[in-house]
Design a protein around this ligand. Structure first.
Ligand SMILES: C[S@@+](CC[C@H](N)C(=O)[O-])C[C@H]1O[C@@H](n2cnc3c(N)ncnc32)[C@H](O)[C@@H]1O
Length: 266
């Protein structure tokens, strides 16, 4: 087990981030538009990673100024290598004073697959958002195994969800986004506009890409937990995703939560 699994296996993770953007860009953009994006002039993406999602979003909204923040130098370097005129990038820790100051002047804050990576979310999230102005929108997209579904139930899918849970437990990542974050946001002065399960499932997404995404996810989590890409358990998961899962016979959803919130005016 590595100290920082997000840095290791970088190329596989990058391929997975790219597929994730391809599969979710439209849905996440629509959700952001439903909750205020078009009213924003400045949007900050915290934990922007290699900036792929933000760059594509910025291309679709040339009148909005976007700022991507990540604490990893290699992520920001990669983001800068394919920049857009309406995006800038900053290497900073989300808990830095400078980031809180920046968030006090923005009118939209995006956190995709970021907030649960922060230690002590109930303390760190209010700290990050402490200077946010009234009327500022927040959009959060993240894992939530409560929204994982396989109907009818399949042992291989349960093994997959167990892998995700075990990985997150081992890394102290709390993954119950939909139930955990809204009370924290409300206590920080936000009004929750919507909390819902993202329709990230085999009815909405191309079945081949969906299977590829889920299996790569399983392989990564398995590797981080067991140090290998091969086991009977992983072969059973692979068999289910590529040879058994059929959208006419199974409803399979990977658990992702979407949260829209706005800072209270009073
Ligand atoms: C799973 S990636 C998500 C990347 C991107 N938001 C996306 O949706 O593809 C999480 C990112 O958060 C960044 N990160 C983790 N802790 C951070 C912190 N304290 N401050 C800033 N960025 C952080 C990591 O470097 C990583 O790039």
């Amino acid at each position: 087990m590595t100290q920082n699994p997000w840095i290791e296996l970088e190329s596989v993770i990058r391929a997975q981030l790219e597929l994730q953007v391809e599969l979710s860009l439209d849905r996440h953009q629509q959700f952001m538009l439903k909750y205020g994006l078009a009213q924003c002039q400045n949007v900050v993406d915290i934990g922007t990673g290699n900036g792929l999602f933000l760059r594509k979003l910025a291309q679709r909204h040339p009148m909005i100024k976007f700022h991507g923040i990540d604490d990893k130098a290699h992520m920001i370097e990669e983001a800068k290598s394919r920049s857009e005129t309406n995006v800038d990038w900053t290497q900073a820790d989300a808990l830095d004073e400078s980031v809180q100051t920046m968030l006090g002047t923005t009118d939209g804050i995006l956190m995709r697959y970021f907030v649960l990576h922060m230690p002590n979310t109930s303390i760190s999230l209010p700290q990050i958002l402490s200077r946010v102005r009234p009327g500022t929108y927040v959009w959060i997209f993240d894992l939530d195994t409560d929204y994982c579904v396989c109907e009818p139930e399949q042992d291989a899918y349960n093994s997959f969800v167990d892998l995700v849970r075990s990985f997150c437990d081992k890394n102290s990542v709390q993954i119950r986004t939909g139930s955990m974050l809204p009370p924290i946001l409300e206590a920080t002065g936000f009004e929750i506009q919507e909390v819902c399960a993202e329709p990230f499932n085999n009815q909405e997404i191309d079945p081949k890409l969906f299977a590829e995404y889920l299996f790569r996810e399983a392989t990564l989590y398995h590797h981080f937990l067991e140090g290998t890409h091969s086991s009977e358990k992983l072969r059973e998961i692979e068999h289910f995703f590529f040879e058994v899962m059929d959208r006419d016979m199974h409803f399979v959803q990977y658990g992702m939560a979407m949260i829209g919130a706005v800072k209270n005016r009073f």
